[in-house]
Design a protein around this ligand. Structure first.
Ligand code: URA
Ligand code: SF4
Length: 216
């Protein structure tokens, strides 16, 4: 195990990025990414989807169980809730691009063959996967980034990000060398886990309404 630390420090998607091409080339290349160990146990890379010229890019944490099986972001329960909240806030789904900070599902199992339980990615894994998100941002050039929860916030804005402090506000920050506008909100999964789902859901919609007004 002498070299394990040096090996971990080398986690990065960088060598897997194509030299040219748009989203299709990125998606093809990301399918073969081995930039960190998360590709080993997951089914497939879950790359972003949506309008390549979208005004809004939504960034989540990482694919969940359903996303890992289907190969598309936000197709499970959290995604259904997000779709509903976006519609209520008046954000046109055809004007969005949806992706995650980390492109492979990270999970544990309580016992072999039991249900797969989501596990939060580490800062090192988020950093390793960052070049894919940076490449998506460079191609899509959204007017606004909606940051869904703490992991996406940390991946984009650094480890001091606190969703409770900045949710529902418009931030202007330099991300991967480009000036970006961002509206952070909670992760839709946190609404599903909330003791007061109705209030949590209203809060999510209210934050998305800030995003919608920023576009208008
Ligand atoms: N949660 C996420 O953060 N992303 C998905 O794609 C699904 C659930
Ligand atoms: Fe590559 Fe990201 Fe998957 Fe790690 S999580 S293997 S960096 S695509």
């Amino acid at each position: 195990m002498v070299s394990s630390r040096a090996h971990e420090d080398a986690y990065t998607a960088e060598p897997f990025l194509p030299d040219r091409g748009g989203l299709p080339a990125l998606r093809r290349a990301a399918a073969g990414c081995r930039g960190c160990p998360l590709h080993r146990d997951a089914t497939q890379t879950v790359f972003g989807t949506g309008n390549a010229h979208a005004s809004v890019m939504l960034v989540g944490e990482q694919p969940g169980d359903q996303e890992d099986r289907q190969g598309k972001p936000f197709v499970g329960p959290a995604g259904k809730l997000l779709d509903r909240a976006l519609a209520e806030a008046g954000i046109d789904p055809d004007d969005t691009y949806v992706t995650n900070a980390v492109k492979h599902f990270k999970f544990t199992r309580a016992e072999p063959r039991k249900r797969r339980i989501h596990k939060a990615p580490t800062l090192r894994e988020m950093t390793a996967c960052g070049p894919w998100l940076a490449a998506e941002l460079a191609v899509v050039e959204p007017e606004l980034i909606v940051v869904l929860g703490a992991t996406a916030g940390k991946a984009l804005l650094g480890s001091s990000f606190r969703v409770t402090r900045v949710r529902g506000t418009v931030l202007e920050e330099e991300i991967h060398g480009r000036p970006e506008r961002l509206v952070p909100t909670v992760h839709p999964s946190s609404v599903l886990r909330s003791d007061d789902r109705q209030a949590a859901y209203r809060g999510l919609v209210a934050d998305l309404e800030v995003a919608a007004r920023t576009l208008a």
